[in-house]
Design a protein around this ligand. Structure first.
Ligand code: PEP
Ligand code: MN
Length: 360
C-alpha cells in the first residue's frame, strides 16, 4: 500500500483529485460493494466514508463508528485504496490514527465552531495526517480561513479546502447555495491551498451534480468530492443526492478539464484590454453617481427628510431591472448590483448627515 502524499498529487498533476464514496457506511455488504466498485475506477484517488454522522435532529442514523473503522482497515489492505473519514471530536481523530485512516475531514457544522476546531487541531499536533476542511454553513469566509489557519498552526502540512455550499434563506433550488465568489475569494487569499468542490451537498439532488462538477472545473477547482452509493434509492442518509458508480463514471468521463496556465492567446489580451477600458468607465460613472450624494444629503437634512425613501427606491429598482432586461442582462443580477449601490449611497448620506448634525 503506497503512503498518501496529497501535496505531490497537486504539484505533479493537472488532473482533478477525485474523492468518491457513500454519505454513510451502513453495513459491511454496502461498504464492501462500493469499495470494490470504486477501486476499479482509476480516476478515484480516495474513498470518502461517513462513520460518525452529524444529524440535524435527534433520532436519526448517527453512523456505525468503531465497527466501521475495523472494516475500513480490512478493505484498505484488500483493495489497496485510501480512505477519508469525517471527524468532529478528538476521540474520532485518535481512532482514525489507530486504524490507519489516510485523511480526515472537518464537516461544515464543525468548521463553524472555533472551540471544536481548536480541539481537533490540537489532537492532530505532531501528526502527518492530511486534513480537509469544509466551509462552514454560514457564508463567513473568515471562519473558514480561521479553521484552516488553526491546522496550519499545529504543523499540518497537507491541507485541502472543500467547498460544499452555504445554507441561506434562499438557496435558489440548491440544497446549499454555491456562492462561488466565496471559494474564489479563498483561492485569492490562499492561492497554494488545494481547493475541492463537493457538488453533492451543494446540489441535494443527483440531477444537478454533473453541471456543478463542470462549473467547478471551469472555475479551476483542484478536484471533487462526490457521494456514491451502490443503491442510492435505499440509502439511509442523503438518498436524493447519492449516485451510482456507473453514474459517477459517466459524469467523470464527460468532464472537460481545461488548462489555467500560460501562454495566453493574443486575441484574449485584445478583449481583456477592452474590458479594462469598460471597467474604468464603469468606475468613473460610479464615482460621478456618488459625487452628487453630498447635495442630495444636504437637501434631505434641510427639508427634514429621511435618508431612505421607499417610493424612490422601488422606482429605481423597477426601472433599472426593466431597462436591464431590455438589454438582456439578468434581472437578479441587476437587482443585486443596485441593492449594493443603494446601500452604499445610504451609507454615505448617513455619514454626511450625522456629521452635519454633530456640527450643529
Ligand atoms: C458529509 O460529507 O456527509 C457531510 C455531512 O457533509 P457537510 O459537513 O458538508 O454537511
Ligand atoms: Mn452526506
Amino acid at each position: 500500500m503506497s503512503t498518501l502524499n496529497i501535496n505531490n498529487f497537486f504539484v505533479s498533476n493537472n488532473l482533478p483529485f477525485i474523492i468518491a464514496g457513500p454519505c454513510s457506511v451502513e453495513n459491511k455488504a454496502q461498504l464492501t460493494r462500493i469499495v470494490q466498485d470504486l477501486s476499479l475506477l482509476p480516476k478515484i484517488k480516495m474513498i470518502r466514508c461517513g462513520i460518525w454522522k452529524p444529524r440535524t435532529r435527534p433520532g436519526g442514523f448517527e453512523g456505525l463508528g468503531n465497527i466501521a473503522l475495523e472494516w475500513l482497515c480490512e478493505l484498505k489492505q484488500q483493495y489497496n485504496v485510501h480512505f477519508a473519514v469525517e471527524v468532529a471530536k478528538p476521540q474520532h481523530i485518535e481512532l482514525c490514527l489507530k486504524n490507519n485512516i489516510d485523511t480526515v475531514w472537518i464537516g461544515a457544522r464543525t468548521c463553524g465552531n472555533p472551540f471544536s476546531v481548536n480541539e481537533l487541531s490540537e489532537a492532530l499536533r505532531g501528526t502527518e495526517l492530511p486534513v480537509m476542511i469544509k466551509n462552514p454553513l454560514i457564508p463567513d469566509i473568515k471562519l473558514w480561513i480561521g479553521a484552516i489557519e488553526r491546522f496550519q498552526q499545529v504543523g499540518i502540512r497537507q491541507l485541502i479546502a472543500i467547498h460544499r455550499g452555504f445554507f441561506l434563506h434562499n438557496n435558489h433550488g440548491f440544497r446549499n447555495n454555491p456562492l462561488w465568489e466565496i471559494p474564489m475569494e479563498l483561492k485569492r487569499n490562499m492561492p497554494h491551498l488545494p481547493l475541492l468542490c463537493d457538488p453533492s451537498h451543494i446540489a441535494g439532488k443527483k440531477e444537478l451534480i454533473a453541471n456543478l462538477s463542470q462549473t467547478a472545473m471551469d472555475l479551476n477547482f483542484d478536484g471533487l468530492m462526490i457521494e456514491v452509493h451502490p443503491e442510492p434509492e435505499h440509502a439511509i442518509t442523503d438518498k436524493e443526492q447519492q449516485i451510482t458508480p456507473s453514474e459517477l463514471t459517466e459524469i467523470l468521463d464527460s468532464l472537460i478539464v481545461r488548462s489555467s496556465g500560460m501562454p495566453l492567446p493574443e486575441e484574449l489580451s485584445y478583449f481583456r484590454t477592452k474590458i479594462d477600458t469598460l471597467d474604468h468607465e464603469l468606475l468613473c460613472i460610479l464615482a460621478q453617481r456618488f459625487s452628487i450624494i453630498n447635495q442630495i444629503a444636504q437637501i434631505k437634512v434641510n427639508n427634514n427628510l429621511s435618508v431612505f425613501q421607499l417610493d424612490r427606491w422601488e422606482q429605481i429598482l423597477n426601472t433599472r431591472m426593466e431597462t436591464g432586461k431590455n438589454m438582456h442582462i439578468d434581472t437578479e443580477f441587476i437587482k443585486k448590483i443596485f441593492e449594493q449601490i443603494h446601500c452604499e449611497s445610504i451609507r454615505i448620506q448617513d455619514l454626511i448627515i450625522n456629521k452635519t448634525e454633530i456640527k450643529k
